[in-house]
Design a protein around this ligand. Structure first.
Ligand code: SF4
Ligand code: SF4
Length: 469
């Protein structure tokens, strides 16, 4: 019998998953039923369905969500972006960040307990499989504490084999968000040597996911994830979190004890906690807001014919019987930042161009002096138009010279129309020759580029014409 397994059952229950010396306590949460447990199951099923189905969904012929980093092409729900649009990621990330900040200030760690992929897959898949193979908490802990046996061995082997297969599937699902589903199938069918980079990434993700869900578990939330640690800064005494009503619950005692509070010290709220903490000790960094202790205590209170809600969603002020506030200065500040972020992101997305047409100068001399066959002194600028089709489908672009008016512009093209596939780019050399007598300073070369289609769009590509004066 090892101390590692025995202690959490007896001495260390409710003290979290880390001992003061840094060693790990194995947490095996007990089963819990209730309204939040049911709602979480539904939420997990929906989210897992979304994660699994997304690579199959196509919009305008492209995956609904694809981050093709190798080719620097990004497809987000019908919108197409390329490497030049990377700056939009800043607005996207800050928008998500501010949303989480506001959510954390109002309703605590609802993201952690209900929607974070770590929680969704750990509680919604891996722990359920573990419960199915290893049995309920006490059976599981008793077997773990006992000597090695055939019964113990086959359960461990089966559990970890399933975990490994799931980790392989999840890593391939993850890969589909970066290389498309047909891309993943091609990798799977071919030998690893032909797709070494993808093979290494998938293997690395498989190992990471397996270790995380089979072993590391709640430690990821506690040690690695910065969001949980930010809670202490983002929340205040009016933030709704999971809390224990000590005014009503204390002093703890038997149900038959008339002088005792509502808490019968049954420990149900502790043994169901996937972080291994005792919520009666107050708000703790380890609490992910999973609501298991709420359901567990409600069940106990219902059996005792007492009002539910001894452990409940409430603010610290609410639990202490003080006046509650929803609107408060920090919320105004966070909301203002969120609104500013949404406005900035909206402007950024609205200014996202359907195509790019930039006039660039070719390498070499800024201008060339020559004499035409007719004996006229001329100045030539060598430029190019860089065209990028950012649409989901092939588009035709028409180039129309605008200024300097009446000046020879030679395109290295057979026609002034060019058709580009989706996200393709092309550089169109442009040689502009001007009689020296017509040259003046601040002369602008401009070519209008029109993307043809039902709703044609025109951009003005321009660059200064450079001469000797
Ligand atoms: S909500 Fe309750 S059960 Fe869930 S992590 Fe927090 S204390 Fe533990
Ligand atoms: S489940 Fe409720 S009654 Fe039981 S120990 Fe926890 S707070 Fe007390």
């Amino acid at each position: 019998m090892t101390e590692h397994v025995r202690l959490p059952v007896v001495d260390e229950r409710g003290k979290g998953s880390l001992r003061t010396d840094g060693s790990r306590v194995s947490i095996v949460p007990a089963d819990v039923k209730g309204r939040f447990a049911t709602a979480r199951k539904v939420a997990f099923a929906v989210l897992i369905g979304v994660y699994a189905v997304m690579p199959f969904v196509r919009i305008h012929g492209h995956p609904a969500l694809l981050l093709d980093i190798a080719h620097r092409q990004f497809f987000l729900f019908g919108q197409t972006f390329n490497a030049q649009d990377t700056w939009l990621v800043f607005f996207l990330l800050t928008g998500v960040g501010f949303t989480l900040v506001v959510a954390a200030a109002v309703i605590g760690r609802v993201w952690c307990g209900w929607a974070c992929p770590q929680t969704v897959f750990l509680d919604g898949v891996f722990r359920r499989i573990e419960r199915w193979i290893e049995g309920p908490r006490n059976t599981h802990l008793r077997r773990d504490a006992g000597p090695m046996s055939f019964d113990k061995l086959w359960r461990k082997l089966l559990k970890h084999s399933i975990f490994l297969v799931l980790a392989v599937l999840l890593s391939h699902l993850l890969l589909a968000y970066f290389v498309t589903l047909p891309g993943v199938l091609t990798f799977v069918k071919g030998p690893p040597a032909e797709h070494l980079e993808a093979f290494i990434w998938t293997t690395a993700f498989t190992v990471i996911l397996y270790l995380d869900f089979a072993w590391f578990r709640e430690q990821l939330c506690l040690i690695i994830c910065p969001y949980g640690r930010l809670q202490a800064v983002l929340s205040d005494t009016d933030t709704i979190t999971i809390g224990y009503d000590a005014k009503r619950g204390e002093p703890r005692g038997k149900a038959s004890d008339k002088d005792a509070g509502a808490c019968v010290d049954c420990g149900r709220c502790v043994v169901v906690c996937p972080s291994g903490i005792d919520i009666r000790n107050g708000q703790q960094l380890d609490c992910t807001g999973c609501t298991a202790c709420v359901d567990a205590c409600d069940e106990v209170m219902t059996q005792l014919s007492r009002p539910v809600g001894l452990v409940r969603h409430d603010s610290l002020n609410g639990l202490l019987g003080r006046a509650k506030r929803i609107l408060r200065p920090r919320l105004y500040l966070y909301a203002a930042l969120l609104v500013a972020g949404i406005v900035a992101a909206s402007i950024a997305v609205a200014s996202h161009q359907p195509f790019e047409a930039n006039m660039l100068r070719l390498r070499g001399m800024p201008y060339l002096l020559a004499t035409s066959p007719a004996g006229v002194a001329t100045i030539r600028n060598d430029l190019e138009i860089h065209l990028v089709n950012k649409q989901n489908d092939p588009r035709t672009f028409t180039l129309r010279p605008v200024s300097p008016a009446g000046v020879a512009m030679d395109y290295a093209l057979r026609s002034r129309s060019i058709t580009l596939p989706s996200l393709a780019e092309q550089r169109v050399p442009l040689f502009v020759t001007l009689p020296e007598s017509a040259y003046r300073r601040h002369l602008l070369v401009q070519v209008d580029v029109t993307m043809e289609g039902e709703f044609p769009e025109t951009q003005h590509a321009h660059a200064p014409f450079i001469g000797p004066h």
